[in-house]
Design a protein around this ligand. Structure first.
Ligand code: ADP
Ligand code: ADP
Length: 240
């Protein structure tokens, strides 16, 4: 079944820059789809339009049956956003807080300093957060401050923070662009595993074709804001 569909989506920044131009594609529940293309192709804009970190200029973005662009109540938008986990190239963690506090922040959305200081979480939320942190191999780091972690560990915290939301889809915007090859493999293995074992749909922006070929069920290629390829990794030839 279809979880996400772009219909004629365009995004223009200001009066001149067309970042997305008439983009159409759909993503099935449980797929791992890589979006590849050169820098400036529109990959980041595309992902950010889904949860409305950026507003598309025109078209329809159907997620879980709702047209994201037509949602205008704050409450409705927030409810849909909890089903969309986001992972960033630069992690977007609160560096001076612990792994545990950062992950709880994903769940609760409270200002994270308050979460820690006031204990604004119940035993169940705590257990759930720790379970997810451990599932990402961070058993030793639960109460460490994030500024003491390696890049690969930070990105695993980013994944944990997204997972506690119990999302339907994970959007990963260049999650391995700041990491060395070993850490990159660990992160991609986790994303693949999350997809196959938890059934969570994953959309990941990559600029490394070899990684996309290794891990994806499907590849969407974009260039100059347009979809130029949409198909199986195996069918991607040199001409594409
Ligand atoms: P990618 O993620 O593939 O590198 P982006 O989505 O970041 O591509 O950018 C697509 C195009 O939109 C680029 O030309 C970029 O310069 C432009 N762009 C991105 N963000 C903004 C912005 N906030 N304001 C104006 N132009 C932007
Ligand atoms: P602030 O303290 O500025 O309100 P938040 O804690 O809300 O920041 O957000 C932290 C980071 O996560 C920011 O970079 C923001 O862009 C991003 N973010 C916030 N909400 C969402 C969301 N629903 N989906 C994806 N990213 C989000």
């Amino acid at each position: 079944t279809t979880l996400l569909q772009f219909k004629n989506v365009s995004k223009q920044y200001g009066n001149s820059t067309v970042a997305l131009s008439d983009v159409n594609f759909s993503v099935n529940e449980g797929e791992l789809v890589s979006i590849i293309g050169p820098s400036g192709a529109g990959k980041s804009t595309l992902l950010r339009c889904i949860n409305r970190l950026i507003d598309a200029t025109s078209g329809e973005i159907i997620f879980d049956g709702a047209d994201m662009l037509k949602i205008n109540k704050k409450h409705d938008l927030r409810a849909l956003r909890t089903k969309i986990g986001m992972i960033f190239q630069n992690y977007n963690l609160v560096e001076r807080l612990s792994v545990f506090e950062n992950v709880l922040h994903g769940r609760l959305g409270y200002k994270s300093a308050l979460v820690g200081a006031l204990g604004l979480y119940n035993e169940n939320e705590k257990k759930q957060a720790i379970k997810i942190i451990q599932s990402l191999g961070l058993n030793e780091q639960v109460y460490k401050r994030c500024d003491q972690l390696s890049g690969g560990q930070k990105q695993r915290v980013g994944i944990a923070r997204a997972l506690v939301q119990e999302p339907r889809v994970l959007l990963a915007d260049e999650p391995i662009a700041s990491l060395d090859p070993n850490s990159s493999k660990v992160i991609m293995d986790h994303l693949k595993n999350i997809c196959t074992t938890l059934g969570i749909t994953v959309l990941v922006n990559l600029h490394q074709l070899d990684v996309a070929l290794n891990y994806s069920d499907r590849i969407i290629g974009i260039s100059g804001g347009r979809v130029v390829y949409d198909g199986l990794p195996a069918n991607l030839t040199d001409e594409d």
